[in-house]
Design a protein around this ligand. Sequence first.
Ligand code: RIB
Length: 294
Amino acid sequence: MGGILVIGSYNRDTVLRLARFPAPGETLTALGMAQFHGGKGSNQAVAAARAGGRVALIAALGQDEAGEAAQALWAAEGIAAQAVQITGAPTGAATILLDAAGENQIIIIPGANAELNLPIGFPPPDDIAVVLGQLETPQAATAALFRALPKARCMLNVAPAAPILPELLAATDMLVLNETEAAILAQREAAPADLALALAAETMREVIVTAGALGAFWARPDGVVIDAAPPRVAITDTTGAGDAFLGAFAAFSAEGLAPERLLRQAVTAGALACTEAGAVPSLPYRAAILALAK
Ligand code: RIB
């Protein structure tokens, strides 16, 4: 089984639990506050490792307590922290507003993540089957890594939604994004399957659009769509659900699972990640995913 290489962000998440989101100009009192490990790159690496993948991570941290905590997390999760860069900027941070329905709004403060680069001459590890990138770290570094691994399946999580550099899109095999991000990229509202089809036709790449309780829709440029519905779960916090989906998708993809089974197991991982508070505490382990996805 080939390995998984993730390039991406680490953030210290501060979660503010609210009865509802504030209106513009309104002041609200939080019901509670908690801090968790976060950042889409780190979350996806942890999710892939817990799903059974052999995972390495390229990331940038500050010289501070949050950076040390990140390295301790990766060691505990069995992730090979590959080419971790310690920068003069503080470790990335995120403020997450969480409403009573478990929906979130996220603001990131990039810090060290914005300084991530791929060292010239960086030798990619051997035997990589899947490479995962997101848009919380510089696109040029992700493009350089994708180009350095032409035999691997290069998946780009288009989050936060932003225009994709042509050089990055050219090196990408698959785009993965949620329905909000897909509507921003497509510049229109539509059903998730239609957004996936439209973006696949426009980019000539495979596209997966995730849509919460509706599941995920995987379109190919030739117009074929596969979809999978998630199991029903009690929602506590949706933060990290997309990262759980991607990490599990990468891990099971590296095992060579058939598309329908692969998508079903990935949406199950996403659903399980909604059942607990915080991004990393809720990322599910392989046994729980397989038991629920039967
Ligand atoms: O996808 C969830 C993550 O987005 C959070 O952990 C936060 O840090 C932001 O990166």
